[in-house]
Ligand binder design. Structure first.
Ligand SMILES: [Zn+2]
Ligand SMILES: [Zn+2]
Length: 388
């Protein structure tokens, strides 16, 4: 049977099957490769054929703990839910009235499509939509956070709001395009700090994917110096390639003291905290200068004690960020399309979509120093595997 939902535009060049393969979350840490109906785009939505998906630490959280995913008001287990949120692909069908994109265009995606009607969405803060997760039953506000509140990318197809799509230039590989949303998250952190970082000192704590790309984005925005701190020399070396002027191994020296020395004793203008540990958050407070700004971009697992008096005495601003708001991903793509930095330095491994459990293990256990692990769909191959 061919896929031909009423009102949806399809093309003979890109035939869509009525059912698709998708990884489905059962109990915690239980994923099965099953079959689902191919989803149907509504108004202002398209169907994306997924070509590549990057694995994020948050996917591992969702698959193990459930949170921060939220399906029908609760944890995502045993709800026929498909995780995965850092994907790219090809537009395969258009919802009613969509003329902003054409079938066959390569796109990468933002995670969050806000409801578009709440106060935060109206401010461009759609990752903090006040109707977050309200997308079911009689409270359906049209909110989508694919891989969190709606089906995500560990599948052959997904529905995306047109506001979440960014065109991918021909010169960019599928793997690199999956990293645009990570760079977009880093860009959003710097956006929330004020964005005008040219000539200002920026310290990034934690050389995970968001931290490493925060180095790259800060450098591309003209920050100087850009300092990266972490505890693994191989990651710090990648940070240097991405534009860090100085790297500090916090196991070897007191990172806060070194930052003070580098800034003639006054501290850094901006600190982007991407490690999420108690030590790192404490360090952020000791590195920032009077009137400086801290962006918290990682989720600590436990409540963290902070020297609040220090923040108050020194007029320090603290920002939490969630995801990739204010179209930051579009700005990240502009830099990446211009090759202002090479995000592929953080891509280390590629597996087939049907081999997702291996890919997740590489990402979780950092097998062979894995940073960003990508799974790629070979749509014909996927069909064959299912037929066997
Ligand atoms: Zn992510
Ligand atoms: Zn909203």
């Amino acid at each position: 049977m061919t896929y031909a939902p009423p009102g949806v535009k399809t093309s003979l060049e890109m035939q869509v099957p009525e059912t698709m393969h998708a990884w489905i979350l059962g109990d915690p840490d239980q994923l099965t490769y099953g079959e689902k109906p191919t989803p149907v785009p509504k108004r202002a939505e398209v169907l994306v054929r997924i070509d590549a998906v990057a694995i994020c630490a948050t996917d591992l959280e969702v698959i193990h703990y459930g949170s921060p995913a939220r399906i029908e008001g609760g944890l995502p287990f045993n709800k026929n839910f498909t995780p995965g949120h850092e994907y790219m692909g090809t537009v395969a069908a258009l919802g009613p009235g969509v003329d902003e994109f054409s079938i066959g265009e390569r796109v990468t995606v933002e995670i969050h499509a806000g409801c578009g009607q709440c106060k935060r969405c109206r401010q461009g803060m759609y990752t903090s939509c006040l109707n977050y997760g309200q997308n079911y039953g009689d409270v359906d506000k049209g909110h989508r956070a694919n891989g969190f509140t709606t089906d995500g990318g560990f599948a052959e197809y997904a529905v995306n709001n047109i506001n979440t799509l960014i065109r991918v230039p021909d010169s960019m590989s599928d793997e690199e395009a999956t990293l645009v949303v990570t760079a977009g998250t880093s860009m959003y952190g710097l956006t929330e700090l004020g964005g005008l970082v040219a000539g200002e000192s920026v310290v990034v704590i934690g050389p995970g994917p968001i931290g490493l790309l925060a180095v790259a984005v800060a450098k591309a925005l003209g920050a100087s110096p850009v300092v990266l701190t972490g505890t693994r020399d191989n990651r710090l070396a990648i940070g240097k390639e991405l534009g860090a002027d100085v790297v500090i191994n916090a196991k070897v020296e007191d990172a806060a003291a070194r930052v003070r020395t580098l800034t003639r004793g006054i501290g850094a203008d901006y600190v982007v905290e991407c490690a999420g540990t108690k030590e790192a958050i404490d360090q952020a407070g000791r590195m920032v200068n009077r009137g400086g700004k801290i962006c918290l971009a990682a989720f600590p697992h436990e409540p963290v004690e902070v020297d609040v008096a220090n923040l108050v005495r020194n007029n320090v601003y603290v920002y939490g960020i969630r995801g990739e708001g204010k179209s930051a991903t579009h700005r990240a793509m502009a830099f990446m399309a211009e090759k202002r930095f090479d995000a592929t330095l953080i891509h280390t491994h590629t597996f087939a979509l049907h081999d997702l459990p291996t890919a997740l293990r590489y990402a979780r256990d950092r097998v062979e120093d894995a940073i960003k692990v990508v799974v790629k769909a070979d749509h014909r191959m996927e069909r064959r595997v299912a037929a066997e």
